[in-house]
Every structure is written in C-alpha cells, then in structure tokens.
Design a protein around this ligand. Structure first.
Ligand code: ADP
Length: 161
C-alpha cells in the first residue's frame, strides 16, 4: 500500500522546525502533502498565497512533497483525499496536551483508518515557533537558524518597507 501523508498547519511562516518534519516525513512516506490552512481566526503576517509560495520554494528539493490548500474542517479534507497518515510535530510537553486531544478527537472523525503520527522535534529546532521567529526577526535578531533562507529574505523585505 502506498502511504499518503498530510502535514497541515498555518506556517506563518514556515520555520526550520517545520522543514525538518517535512524532510523526515518525506523519507518515511510515499507522498507528503503540506496542507496550508487558509481561514485562520488569527491575523497572519503573510497571506495564504505568500505562505504557499515560500513553502513551495523551501521544499522544491523534495520530489514526493506537494503543497495544497487546506480549507474547512481538517477531517473532511483528510477523508476526501484519503490520507493514510496525518503527521504532527511534537516539541515537548507544551504541545503534548493539545496534540493528544486533537488526535483523540480525530479518531472519531477520520474515515479510512487514518492514523495521526507524531515526529519528535529535533533538539536543534524544538525551541522554534513561527511566533518566536517573527518576534526575533522583526526586532533585528539573526534569523538564519530559525527559518529557511527564502523565508528570511521575504521577512526582511517586508520589514524594510
Ligand atoms: P498550527 O497553526 O497548527 O499550530 P503550525 O504551523 O504552528 O500550525 O505547526 C504545524 C505543525 O508543526 C504542528 O504539528 C506543530 O506542533 C509542528 N511544529 C511547529 N513547530 C515545530 C518545530 N520547531 N519542530 C517540530 N514541529 C513543529
């Protein structure tokens, strides 16, 4: 059976932590789709199109990875596209509670025996979040160890306007 995995998130913006999870998922599964969430309640730094573009550029080296729009209820998207696996990254106990709750809820909502699979964050990236990267870079801190080069360039361009 070919394994088709979804890695969904807001990616506002994509960080090196996200990219590490994507590269590892691409080694594990036949096909990985990055689902970029469109309708976010929170205000984003980057538009949906910008987030999508940056992810495409940062993952261009991964042949089995594609980027798609994830709209509405995640479970509907998962069921409609028949994903076998939904990948999540775990940075530590702060992620654990909410991720456990979501995974348990999704067991009731997923059809086709879809499983949530957790990949433990690499210790090099476990401290990184999109929010923290935005704060550091907007205050002039170094971003090379936080986000991929194409994201850093875009963020710096935005801040210099
Ligand atoms: P959300 O809006 O769902 O929080 P994010 O874009 O922040 O989406 O994250 C998507 C997924 O990536 C989540 O499973 C999250 O735990 C994981 N993740 C976020 N940052 C990291 C990181 N630094 N290392 C590993 N996984 C991460």
């Amino acid at each position: 059976m070919k394994t088709k995995a979804l890695y969904a998130g807001s990616f506002d913006p994509l960080t090196l932590g996200h990219l590490d999870i994507i590269e590892r998922a691409a080694n594990l599964f036949d096909q990985v789709v990055i689902g970029v969430v469109v309708n976010l309640e929170k205000k984003t730094m980057f538009t949906f199109e910008e987030r999508m573009e940056m992810i495409k550029e940062a993952t261009a080296h991964l042949e089995n990875v594609t980027v798609d729009m994830c709209d509405g209820l995640l479970a509907d998207f998962v069921n409609k596209n028949k994903f076998n696996v939904v990948v999540r990254g775990l940075r530590g106990m702060s992620d654990f509670d909410s991720e456990q709750q979501m995974a348990q809820l999704h067991r009731y909502l997923y059809e086709n025996n879809t499983e949530t699979v957790f990949l433990m964050a690499d210790s090099k990236y476990a401290f990184i979040s999109s929010t923290m990267a935005k704060q550091v870079i907007s205050l002039g801190g170094r971003g090379e160890n936080l986000v991929p080069p194409c994201v850093l360039e875009k963020m710096k361009g935005r801040l210099n306007k």
